[in-house]
Ligand binder design. Structure first.
Ligand SMILES: Nc1ncnc2c1ncn2[C@@H]1O[C@H](COP(=O)(O)OP(=O)(O)O)[C@@H](O)[C@H]1O
Ligand SMILES: CC(C)(COP(=O)(O)O)[C@@H](O)C(=O)O
Length: 285
């Protein structure tokens, strides 16, 4: 096979607790979030077999045609012992704004490179490689396993498939709106003191696991955003505007981004991007 393409949903985390471990397959997060139909499409090809295609055949990672570096992807390629691959990712989502673009690109790369380079690895093994790469890069803890599952994933125990435990809130088609105001470095937040944040995250997971409904989920998301101490004045103002208009919104972890269910942001007078809950996990196309 010359090339393969995978689609991986975006994922906004609504609340989470961080769990460190020297073993990256055991490290991860508990938490809840939404898999999004806006995601990352990743095509992997063998750059060394593309003949005279010029710059279009150069190896490396390209996000919407720009050459970029992403540690999570470099680590996936290393784990799969893949060299000289060309990885073309496209996404409507902004990078570094809490949509799990680094996890999605890592998982899409693992799935597609596994095909192109004929690695005899199962889905769970490829998810494990992408999860470990994302954890070691410091850019995420739970996005990859959530993106592999889809829907409204609840991460009840942290870690890659062999260690983690997941469930989900049942969801039919559901509109999601989002407003990305700016970037927030996941690496910077995760490398700081996360005790207060994680305590709040643990409470949110217990509450939502005990009553797995979208209403409880959004209420827990808002409480977590307040308790984690990550809300800027601007984020707080937007979330309040949505509540005042009768809607449900909270902050996407970890980004300067507000997400809302249904028409929450547009009803409050904003001009958000619109997608929906993606009710399936990552797939090879
Ligand atoms: N222009 C850029 N802006 C933000 N991150 C970038 C950029 N180029 C490369 N990166 C890399 O992309 C990754 C973004 O990870 P993260 O902040 O967790 O974002 P996301 O929430 O989208 O996953 C990091 O590895 C970062 O080094
Ligand atoms: C919240 C976060 C730790 C980071 O998410 P992002 O900034 O989107 O990469 C996520 O991976 C999680 O474990 O829930």
């Amino acid at each position: 096979m010359d090339e393969a393409t995978a689609f991986v949903p975006g994922h906004v985390t609504a609340f989470f607790s961080a769990h460190r471990d020297d073993d990256p397959t055991k490290a991860g997060s508990r938490g809840g979030g939404l898999a999004l139909s806006d995601g990352v499409r990743v095509t992997v090809s063998r750059a060394d077999e593309r003949g005279d295609a010029g710059a279009d055949a150069d190896p490396g990672l390209y996000l919407d045609d720009d050459a970029i570096e992403m540690d999570s992807v470099a680590r996936v390629l290393q784990a799969l012992r893949v060299e000289n691959a060309r990885i073309e990712a496209t996404t409507p989502l902004p990078l570094g704004s809490g949509f799990g673009v680094s996890g999605a690109t890592a998982l899409g790369t693992a799935l597609a490179a596994g095909q192109v380079y004929e690695r005899p690895l199962s889905e769970a093994e490829l998810v494990t490689i992408a999860h470990g790469a994302e954890v070691q890069a410091g850019t995420g803890l739970g996005d990859v396993v959530a993106q592999a599952r889809g829907g409204v994933p609840l991460r009840l125990e942290p870690g890659a498939p062999a260690h983690g435990r997941m469930d989900a809130i049942p969801s039919g088609p559901r509109r999601v709106e989002y407003l990305a105001l700016g970037q927030l470095s996941t690496e910077a937040v995760l490398s700081g003191d996360t005790d207060q944040l994680s305590a709040a995250g643990e409470r949110a997971v217990s509450t939502v696991a005990g009553e797995p409904t979208m209403g409880t989920f959004m209420e827990a998301a808002r409480r977590f955003a307040r308790e984690a101490g990550l809300l800027t004045d601007e984020l707080r103002a937007v979330v309040t505007d949505v509540s005042d208009a009768g809607g449900d919104a909270s902050m996407a972890m970890l980004g300067e981004t507000v997400f809302a269910l249904d028409t929450g942001l547009s009803d409050a007078g904003y001009d958000p991007a619109v997608c929906e809950v993606h009710r399936a996990g990552a797939v090879l196309e």
